[in-house]
Design a protein around this ligand. Structure first.
Ligand code: G3P
Ligand code: CA
Length: 260
């Protein structure tokens, strides 16, 4: 068995708090996650916001597509279901239900005061002709996070299911690490990833169907981060396989399970 894998909080500590909200990410950092995962989409007026679905309906009190709304319109919505507040006199925390922008997330991880890895997934890149990747490269450059730096404790990796998006990120920010996510088993995989990606992100279902995928990808020089892993038997299997990263909704549980 090799080193302990990195533990990433998927959409924040999203089993405990509403996904993609600032408190979900702060909780993950507090719990000791090595890093966080976040999906980004573009608003109508070109801002990057942390929302998984194309539509607003599941995670907010808004309706319709994220991309049809301006940042100001989205910022006026409530994100996250915070459950029954009866029996508490605590005032509601406005951050709890507020839209999370990429800017706010990057600010929060910087303020953590320790090393944090941030996995940023661009959603539906083919629908926006590269706009998401361009906006992301610009934002990361503004934060000095467009390439790894010794002086910087925050390290960003951009991930996508789309090889095209990986290629665009490589063109826009050549020093930035990229990961290719995998939902389906590749028909013929010799382990080399396209366009300079050095991290493979297979779903847990793929690893269970073909465990040797991990060894094949690692033998070709890639790290392997597996999503979305919340089950103890699956964690044990991944530890035995020697994966490099586990992306989970339950970072505190996974850390405890692996004895960290
Ligand atoms: O970390 C990869 C994983 O997040 C991909 O699936 O649908 O949760 O974005 P999804
Ligand atoms: Ca994701």
């Amino acid at each position: 068995m090799g080193e302990s894998p990195l533990i990433f909080a998927h959409r924040g500590s999203s089993a405990v708090l509403p996904e993609h909200t600032l408190p979900a990410y702060l909780k993950a950092l507090d719990e000791g996650a090595d890093g966080v995962e976040c999906d980004v989409r573009l608003t109508k007026d070109g801002h990057l916001v942390c929302v998984h679905d194309r539509r607003l309906d599941r995670t907010s009190n808004g309706k319709g597509r994220v991309s049809r709304h301006t940042l100001a319109e989205l910022d006026a919505l409530e994100f996250g279901n915070w459950g029954d507040r009866s029996g508490t006199d605590d005032p509601p925390d406005p951050d709890r239900a507020r839209l999370l922008t990429l800017d706010r997330l990057l600010g929060a991880v910087r303020d953590a005061g320790r090393e944090v890895q941030v996995l940023i997934e661009t959603k539906h890149p083919t629908h926006h002709g590269g706009d998401v990747e361009r906006a992301l490269a610009t934002a990361l450059r503004r934060y000095g996070l467009d390439q790894p730096r010794d002086s910087e404790r925050v390290a960003v990796t951009v991930m996508s299911f789309s090889a095209l998006a990986v290629r665009r990120m490589r063109e826009l920010a050549p020093g930035l690490p990229t990961a290719l996510l995998m939902e389906l088993l590749p028909s013929a995989l010799r382990g080399t990833l396209p366009f300079g990606a050095r991290i493979a992100g297979p779903g847990i279902h793929l690893v269970k169907a073909r465990p040797r995928l991990v060894r094949t990808l690692q033998a070709a020089g890639n790290r392997v981060f597996v999503w979305t892993v919340n089950d103890p038997d699956e964690i044990d299997m991944l530890i035995d396989l020697g994966v490099d990263g586990i992306i989970t909704d339950r970072p505190a549980f996974v850390l405890k399970h692996i004895g960290r």
